[in-house]
Ligand binder design. Structure first.
Ligand SMILES: [Zn+2]
Ligand SMILES: [Zn+2]
Length: 423
């Protein structure tokens, strides 16, 4: 059983992490978060990068006697290897709370003439040996302010230290005008609405060449007057997330059901849940195979029977032009070119229909027009008594093919006596 993971002010249990992971494409692993890694490195005395990107060196074990020769405390005279051992013990604890509690226990407070007197000890072979403050600080390589802090805790009568870093109400606040600047900046990028799937209607996306890193860099370049602007990345990201925008066109070439099932299998909380998800995946794959087999069967029939026409239609990826990644570019709207592919099962020849956004959109109208053009160019009207069947395969994208417009088109093709049956 793993211990609950402490993430700043929030404690996440293992169960919460598993639940949070269930529906995500990318697993949620708080132990790899930048802040967590930094915290752990810092507690181990390893070099780390502070929150404002300042590199901090690692702690170096004591090398000699820090206090002057006359210092009479017995602890100041203990051999160097003992001190190095204490240093290692301290940094191998690896947790802020146990380290500071350990130090606090080695500090004693005494009231002398109405003021606090502190004395310091080192634990050597089970005994507490008195040292001067200099040696104490040098052995554990802590700063003066750490000692100051521990003295205050001692005055308050605390004996166990609970990490209070970041747990206060006095966080720096980003001024409203900076937030407004960020919102306006994010808003200044050209957006496109997603017409692709109905479930995501009303969702807007930005150019796939963009990423939040780049957007933030542009924001910094454009607002040199804002103090400490280069430190506002976290806030910029937060505002971006709140805007509900996504970058790039949502990918539709991967199967969402497959992705979701894979995540569920990988992150199942119990063996039973995993088996359930695996069953579902099996059914999903079997269904897919059945559809694939049916399509292959159709194509075989089409090759032998000229009156049996099998067409597969698919929208290809949008081509954006130009694809430069220069800063200025992102504020301009890119020009979209669409490409619809119709594949003939009998001849194994594909036909590409290419148009750009000044000519048409990429909805049901355009797809139906492509198909109509293809049929008109390749098949003539039926003579009396002649028969021809059309089988049309496509994805189930409602915006393009799985809609009323296509039904109307097939009705039209039959009315024009190009086909007699349609599947
Ligand atoms: Zn000393
Ligand atoms: Zn799938």
């Amino acid at each position: 059983m793993q211990q609950p993971l402490e993430v700043n002010a929030v404690v996440l249990s293992q169960k919460m992490i598993i639940n949070a992971n269930n529906e995500r494409k990318r697993a949620f692993r708080p132990d790899t978060w930048k802040d967590q890694v930094t915290k752990q490195r810092r507690a181990r005395g390893a070099p780390y990068i502070s929150r404002n990107n300042t590199p901090r060196p690692g702690k170096i074990a004591p090398v000699g006697k820090p206090c002057n020769a006359e210092c009479f405390y017995p602890g100041c005279l203990i051999p160097l290897p003992e001190k190095i051992k204490l240093f290692r013990t301290y940094y191998s604890m690896g947790s802020y709370n146990s380290q500071r509690s350990f130090l606090l226990a080695l500090i004693e407070r005494e009231m002398v003439n109405n003021s606090n007197n502190f004395s310091y000890f080192l634990p050597v072979n089970g005994a507490r040996i008195r040292v001067c403050k200099k040696t104490f600080i040098d052995t554990f390589k802590v700063t003066d302010s750490v000692i100051q802090n521990l003295q205050n805790k001692s005055k308050q009568g605390q004996i166990i230290i609970v990490d209070g870093r970041g747990r206060h109400e006095n966080h720096p606040v980003t001024e409203d005008y900076v937030l407004t600047l960020i919102e306006e900046h994010i808003d200044s990028f050209p957006k496109q609405e997603n017409h692709y799937s109905r479930a995501r209607q009303g969702q807007f996306y930005l150019s796939p060449d963009l990423n939040v890193d780049r957007m933030f860099r542009l924001f910094v370049e454009e607002n040199p007057a804002v103090p400490n602007i280069e430190k506002k990345e976290t806030i910029y990201r937060r505002v971006f997330k709140r805007s509900g925008l996504t970058i790039g066109e949502p990918r539709t070439d991967t199967c969402k059901t497959c992705d979701l099932l894979n995540v569920r299998i990988r992150n199942s909380a119990t063996a039973r849940l995993r088996v359930l998800a695996q069953d579902e995946q099996h059914i999903h794959h079997t269904t897919w195979e059945m559809a694939k087999n049916a399509m292959d069967e159709d194509m075989r029939t089409a090759r032998d029977d000229p009156t049996y026409v099998v067409l597969c239609g698919d929208m290809q990826q949008v081509l954006f032009s130009p694809t430069l990644t220069h800063g200025e570019m992102f504020y301009k709207r890119q020009f979209s070119t669409y490409n619809y592919c119709i594949f003939n099962g009998a001849t194994s020849v594909g036909a590409m229909y290419v148009w750009n956004e000044s000519i048409g959109n990429r909805g049901s109208d355009e797809v139906a027009s492509c198909l109509l053009l293809y049929v008109e160019q390749n098949y003539n009207q039926l003579e009396n008594g002649q028969q021809r069947t059309l089988v049309f395969w496509s994805d189930r994208c409602r915006g393009q093919t799985n809609n009323f417009m296509m039904i109307c088109l097939f009705q039209l093709l039959i009315a024009r006596r190009i086909f007699k049956f349609f599947f």
